[in-house]
Design a protein around this ligand. Structure first.
Ligand code: FES
Length: 125
């Protein structure tokens, strides 16, 4: 039995030379993909946050801290117990709520608001 010799194989293409890494590198082709994707992701995140914040908007709340576990904050006083004068908070920032402690001044300064207390007093006789 005669042995057949196979034809010689064609030469292999040269392997690409490994690029010496000099750190993080992004090519122009990669940039043309990365930039639009990053812009779209940022815009999508911004719009999603705006949508979610609008859904759970708490900006309209005036009471930020007082009896938040209660569905309604109500105080009741008998006229006879008020004495000659009582000063009640209407800005919801007082540490002595429902009484005014002057915190409305800081609130007004920070927000440009103009709220002040409700003062109830007996007429001078
Ligand atoms: S502290 Fe609220 S009105 Fe004065």
């Amino acid at each position: 039995m005669a042995t057949q010799s196979l034809p010689p194989l064609p030469p292999l293409p040269p392997l690409p030379k490994p690029v010496a890494s000099t750190g993080f590198h992004i090519s122009k082709d990669q940039l043309t993909t990365i930039v639009p994707v990053a812009v779209a992701a940022a815009l999508g995140t911004y719009l999603l946050c705006r949508y979610v914040n609008r859904k759970s908007c708490k900006k309209g709340q005036v009471n930020k801290t007082i009896n938040k576990d209660s569905s309604k904050v109500v105080h009741s006083f008998d006229m006879e117990d008020i004495g000659s004068k009582a000063v009640y908070c209407r800005c919801w920032r007082s540490k002595k709520f429902p009484y005014c402690d002057g915190s409305h001044a800081k609130h007004n300064e920070e927000t440009g608001d103009n709220v002040g207390p409700l003062i109830i007093k007996k007429k001078d006789a």
